[in-house]
Ligand binder design. Structure first.
Ligand code: CA
Length: 404
């Protein structure tokens, strides 16, 4: 049954929202008498069979969905990946890799990852499959390592063998390392030509994002074996790091491949205001901290030289006030046809899921879902089943599925 297309958004309180949704659905179904029996079952019988309808159904401007918790008891989960055999890999920031098998979180963490420095915002971060995982078995991880009290983001790969990561190879290590406990990035994403991209934060030392002899505050591009592509924009330029693909980024924790264009979209945290959505291209400078729509925390003073400058890119979209974005996915599944092509972004700060409608590279509508219902949203992925999966960044974090 197709849900009504353009019902108004309901209140953020999910119980009120469910009641509100039922009233609106009733009005909708009154116009379609053939569907009335289904409505009556949904409203008057289903709630008494476990109160499921009231607890889980959400009415939005475009579609109806429900949520279900697949797993809880995850400690600050950060990234997830779906294996072809149905298992789900989940990273926990304190340094554990967990597996969900047949819908159940396995007790034992996977062994064999390198030593991980779980301090501040650092720890075990993202996990992705190689695009040809079926044939080569490579899993890629981003994580923070320490040398004394200096830390930085690293990326490596290994193969899952039983409950162990074997064949470990370290592929990238941010230089220089520093003491700050924040802004490590980092998402990992492959493009259609099997290049690996790594998003890196500025380490809270903002002018590093404009220093091309410093990996911090950039997006890195590598071959899948960690070698540096000869056509990277700063290869063979003295005093510039050849791994850098784009720079002037503050702290990016979301990246997604556009399903039609194949281009890589990222978002990044702004300071007080000025979170950005960007489409990256080689050699581009995205401006931080010279230009920004954000202000200094607390004082609200200006940062840098304003919002625009020649030679620096403007974001596709930005948020003031900041939502603190983390995780991102284009919806290209077949379960929610009315969300096709939309971009979904998690919000840590406002504990909600942002849905963006796009026309080309322009955002034409934003809708906010699940506000204060499940917690700080750290990662957003579309599963192979066409449903949307979310991780919540909590001490008792959850894997939640948006379904019909
Ligand atoms: Ca920018």
């Amino acid at each position: 049954m197709q849900p009504p297309d353009r019902l108004p958004t309901c209140s953020s309180n999910h119980h009120d929202s469910a009641i509100c949704g039922r009233v609106k659905l009733f009005l909708y179904y009154l116009k379609k008498p053939g569907l009335l029996p289904a409505f009556l079952i949904a409203v008057f019988i289903y709630p008494y069979a476990g109160n499921c309808f009231a607890e889980t159904t959400r009415q939005t401007s475009k579609t109806v969905f429900s949520i279900t918790t697949i797993a809880d008891g995850l400690e600050h989960p950060w990234g997830m990946a779906f294996l072809p055999d149905g298992r789900i890999l989940i990273t926990e920031r304190p340094g554990r890799l967990r597996i969900i098998r047949q819908g159940k979180l396995q007790d034992d963490a996977v062994t064999g990852l390198p030593a991980i420095a779980a301090r501040g915002q650092g720890g075990l971060l993202d996990v992705v499959l190689h695009p040809d995982y079926v044939n080569n078995g490579w899993l890629y991880f981003s994580y923070v390592t320490g040398n004394g009290n200096r830390t930085g983001t690293e990326v490596g790969r290994g193969r899952l063998s039983g409950n162990h990561i074997a064949d470990w190879q370290t592929l990238f290590s941010l230089q220089p390392k520093s003491r700050a406990g924040r802004h490590f990035g980092s998402r990992l994403i492959f493009d259609r030509d099997n290049y690996l991209y790594i998003t890196l934060g500025d380490r809270g030392e903002r002018f590093r994002a404009q220093d091309l002899n410093d990996h911090a505050g950039s997006v890195i591009r590598l071959h899948d074996d960690g070698s540096i592509p000869a056509d990277n924009p700063f290869v063979n330029q003295p005093g510039k790091k050849p791994e850098i693909y784009s720079y002037g980024h503050r702290n990016s924790q979301g990246a997604a491949l556009h399903p039609q264009t194949g281009r890589i979209w990222i978002h990044e945290h702004g300071p007080q205001g000025g979170d950005e959505l960007n489409v990256i291209a080689p050699g581009n400078n995205y401006g931080w901290p010279v230009i920004t729509f954000g202000k200094e925390y607390g004082s609200g003073e200006d940062i840098g030289d304003g919002t625009h400058k020649a030679g620096m890119q403007q974001p596709v979209y930005y948020w003031v006030p900041s939502i603190a974005p983390s995780g991102m996915a284009f919806y290209n599944g077949d379960r929610f046809p009315d969300w096709q092509g939309n971009l979904f972004v998690g919000s840590l700060k406002f504990r909600l899921l942002v849905r963006l409608e796009l026309e080309g590279m322009n955002v034409v509508k934003e809708e906010r879902l699940l506000k204060n219902e499940i917690g700080r949203i750290r990662d957003v992925r579309v599963g192979p089943d066409g449903f949307i999966y979310l991780l919540t960044d909590e001490k008792n974090g959850k894997l939640v599925r948006l379904q019909l």
